[in-house]
Design a protein around this ligand. Structure first.
Ligand SMILES: [Zn+2]
Ligand SMILES: [Zn+2]
Length: 177
């Protein structure tokens, strides 16, 4: 058993404050930590998250899935869904919030936080094994110098404009009017 309280303390050190969102991420992480035989915490673990709220910081702090390492993938869907892949064991699990646990109308923030930290992940999440189809490893692309601002820019992000090769922010500026 991994103690939720200790995980929360660890996550707060990274995140900077205590909040219900972080507690959700702690519960997600707790599930993965308790299933270490399927999801060891190393470079082989990949997390795909569908929001960029406080909860994701708990994953970064507790599971080592980070943006910089490339094993934290963000999809902007606005959902509290977390899918984990273990490249080593070819296993995948999807953890999805069932509804809003302990609604804002009924409980204060402090009450919600307390109840969340006392919850079992299975109470508030749907947890199911899913097909193993992890996102591909990020490829390294050559850089092209933006003809407008001079920044070296990954070739796949360069836009053509009036015979120039330009970066996205420059493209947006030049095509605004
Ligand atoms: Zn927060
Ligand atoms: Zn530019």
């Amino acid at each position: 058993m991994v103690e939720t309280k200790e995980l929360m303390e660890e996550a707060v050190k990274f995140h900077g404050h205590t909040c219900p969102g972080l507690a959700l991420g702690v519960l997600v992480s707790k599930y993965i930590l308790e299933h270490g035989h399927d999801f060891s915490i190393d470079e082989e673990l990949v997390a795909v998250v569908e929001n960029d709220n406080c909860s994701v910081d708990a994953l970064q702090a507790l599971l080592g899935t980070t943006f910089g390492k490339g094993n934290l993938i963000y999809r902007d869907y606005g959902k509290n869904n977390y899918t984990f892949y273990n490249r080593d064991k070819k296993k995948a699990v999807k953890i999805s919030l069932k509804g809003e646990p302990y609604s804002h109308e009924e409980y204060t923030r402090e009450e919600r936080l307390k109840m969340l930290l006392e919850s079992d992940p299975n109470e508030i999440f749907n947890i199911k094994e899913v097909a193993f189809d992890p996102p591909e490893h990020a490829k390294i692309h050559e850089s092209i110098i933006c003809d407008e601002c001079g920044d070296p820019t990954m070739s796949t992000r360069v836009r053509e404009f009036k015979g120039m090769q330009i970066c996205i922010p420059c493209y947006q500026k030049l095509t605004k009017n």
